[in-house]
Design a binder for this molecule. Sequence first.
Ligand code: NAD
Length: 277
Amino acid sequence: MTVPTVTLNNGVEIPQLGFGVYQIDPADTKDATLAALEVGYRHIDTAEMYGNEKEVGEAVAASGLAREDIFVTSKLNNGFHARDAALKAFDGTLEALGFEYLDLFLIHWPLPKVGDYLETWKAMEEILASGRVKAIGVSNFQQHHLQRLFDEADIVPAVNQIEVHPYLTQDALRAFDAEHGIATEAWSPIAQGKVLDDEAITAIADRLGKSAAQVTLRWHIQRGDIVFPKSVTRSRVEENFALFDFELTDADLTAITALNRDERTGPNPDEFNYIPD
Ligand code: NAD
């Protein structure tokens, strides 16, 4: 099964389907990541906040695959919104992963009331210039946060990783990303399972002989977003990877998009100001 790639605005290629490790216990992360790599995933999405960068790095090292054949993303944690703190945090991320370089580094949350994400973004630009990361981007940025970067910084983020699923289709923000050459990554792509009983989705799944998760993930793929569903169950990891031998019709895509109710499973980025201990 060949996973398509998306070309980012600086020419770097990212596999459109990856494996997310949020809420995977560090003790289980090495095995879960190794299983995903065995199944064929070549893109792993972690974060300093998830506490499992080290175990992701161990899995990459133990996989027998070449480092350059695996795309790894990590994210700057919320307590590091200032230049020196951000530079130091990136060093910590590389060290935890045991890597010489990272593929993609994101500001995890804008935290507009806590720090200055513009100063942080300028530190991200320095990290990119150092050659130790192939691309930089943001996560949970709203249109007005991005606009501030366009007005006052040099580099346009390569990606914006935001919550997207059939109950939160984010069409305005996705269009804004696309107009500015920013790839959208959809986190919680199946809304942590909440959309899987929806009758509009199960009807399409039944017709195609696919699961509701596969239909939902395929909807993301055909809309052009990058996804990295999470599971520690091998059969689901395999199921979520088997997305490239069927297609949804335009009517299917429209029916799933029509389920939007602007319902978040996670926090609103304009209000979220949480800093972990
Ligand atoms: P998800 O939508 O991928 O759902 C994961 C849950 O759905 C799993 O715990 C499992 O219980 C269930 N599931 C997975 N596959 C299934 C299947 N085939 N059938 C039935 N149930 C299935 O949610 P997520 O883990 O929150 O998001 C995916 C990834 O996105 C994360 O691991 C992380 O990498 C990223 N993420 C980023 C942010 C951010 O702020 N940037 C926030 C949340 C998640």
